[in-house]
Design a protein around this ligand. Structure first.
Ligand code: ADP
Length: 175
């Protein structure tokens, strides 16, 4: 069974998780928000490894090692810029689907996501939460290795929005 959970915290401080997801930019370089936190915790080796994999397109996901992070891997997803990259719900769902597919292909058992696209990229948090859980719900029956999916929310209001969406999704009781 796959457990889907939400926590409030920092995506770069999830030591019990095999891979953390980076809300990346197209060049896979350090930036603000999630990308800044992940690259500064991982050290410069992460940006070096990323160079060969960039650029990526909205919805795409690529995997690297975790370097100095407490996680074995980082899965870098480029979310859609809200109102620019269309259809935004499809592209945001692709991030979750592609990241879960990569994690399963690498036989990982746990994966933690930030709220992709809801920072600088401007995606409304309530809509992003529904897209995230719909994509996760559709993937769960296909997963063979992944057993734990965590959403890490930075702020209390975002946590509350994701909590409500998780309860609506029917995934909350999956244990
Ligand atoms: P994007 O460019 O995809 O919008 P951001 O990194 O700007 O990505 O923000 C995505 C979400 O992650 C926002 O809701 C932001 O508040 C949150 N966030 C920022 N820093 C962290 C962090 N260290 N851990 C978890 N979430 C974070």
């Amino acid at each position: 069974m796959v457990k889907v959970e939400i926590v409030r915290g920092n995506i770069a401080s999830q030591p019990d998780i095999d891979a953390v997801v980076n809300a990346a930019n197209t060049r896979l370089m350090p930036g603000s928000g999630v990308a800044g936190a992940i690259h500064s915790a991982a050290g410069p080796g992460l940006a070096e490894e990323c160079q060969a994999l960039a650029p990526i397109a909205p919805g795409q996901a690529v995997i690297t090692s975790g370097h100095r992070l407490p996680n074995r891997y980082v899965i870098h997803c480029l979310g859609p810029v809200y109102g620019v990259d269309e259809p935004s719900d499809q592209l945001l769902g692709d991030c979750y689907r592609n990241a879960l597919m990569l994690a399963d292909q690498h036989q990982l058992s746990s994966l933690a996501f930030p709220a992709i696209s809801t920072g600088v990229f401007g995606y409304p948090v309530d809509q992003a939460a529904d897209v995230a859980f719909a994509a996760i719900a559709a993937m769960v029956p296909t997963l063979r290795s992944v057993q734990r999916i965590r959403l890490v929310l930075f702020s209390a209001p975002d946590y509350a929005v994701f909590e409500a969406a998780l309860n609506r999704s029917g995934l909350a009781s999956t244990d």
